[in-house]
Write a new protein. Structure first.
Length: 240
């Protein structure tokens, strides 16, 4: 055990030394930070008809920090809010699942052309998300909107893989604007079928849920029900 700790300590010192040396080079070190916001379109990849719905739109936004390992290669941790879920919506209303997450991606980013006026880059990396809220919603054009809290039937953590691209508009000013397009592939089954079914409650008399049942606040699902998040997002942001 002592030798393992000693080896890890030496590796840590070597990495820190390498970073400190590289930070002296131009274009290496903390090269940017900023904020971004946009629209996220979520859907659920599922084996249960209860969660089989189309894409639903929602807000996403947050902050990031970029650390360049080389002038082209960077690590970019982010802290984002993103609404995921699924739904069927039209002019007269809609129904579906609204899942709010606090998401923490750590992206490996590669600048394709760092010296041009437009700076394109591609990125990918893992993300971990903590569930903040989960609701079944029904928005009716002629009826009162209804929402049912189903957070107790969802898993609290979601893991995924994120990849996409970005274009930064180079400027002599401290602020630089950019466009960001990304896709997140969920790896975790976000539904806990046992807790979902155990948490069913009688709805208020006269209420109608999003799938048009009258007795409970949520439908009964199969014991082996699975649903994984899929999210496409388009964001604009500012880097300084």
């Amino acid at each position: 055990m002592y030798r393992i700790l000693q080896t890890l300590s030496i590796l840590a010192v070597a990495i820190l030394f390498g970073i400190s040396v590289q930070a002296q080079e131009e274009g290496v070190g903390i090269t940017g930070k900023g904020i971004k916001l946009g629209s996220a379109w979520g859907s659920l990849n599922t084996n249960d008809s209860v969660f089989d719905a189309g894409a639903t739109g929602g807000f996403t936004g947050g902050a990031f920090l970029t650390y360049n390992i080389t002038p082209r290669l960077a690590i970019q941790p982010e802290l984002m809010y993103v609404r995921k879920g699924a739904g069927d919506n039209d002019f007269f209303g809609g129904d579906g699942y609204a899942l709010g997450y606090l998401e923490f991606p750590v992206l490996l980013k590669y600048n394709l052309s760092p010296d041009t006026r437009l700076i394109p880059s591609v990125f990918f990396g893992p993300s971990v998300s903590t569930l903040l809220s989960a609701d079944i919603y029904y928005d009716g054009f002629f009826t009162e909107d209804e929402n049912y809290d189903v957070k107790d039937g969802m898993k609290s953590v979601d893991f995924g893989l994120m990849f996409g691209g970005e274009v930064v508009f180079r400027s002599t000013r401290p602020l630089k604007f950019f466009l960001d397009v990304r896709y997140t592939l969920g790896l975790t089954n976000v539904v806990d079928a046992v807790k979902w079914n155990d948490g069913r409650e009688i709805a208020d008399e006269g209420d109608w849920g999003p799938i048009h049942w009258t007795d409970y606040d949520r439908p009964l699902i199969d014991e082996d029900a699975e649903a994984k998040n899929r999210v496409f997002a388009f964001l604009i942001g500012v880097r300084f």
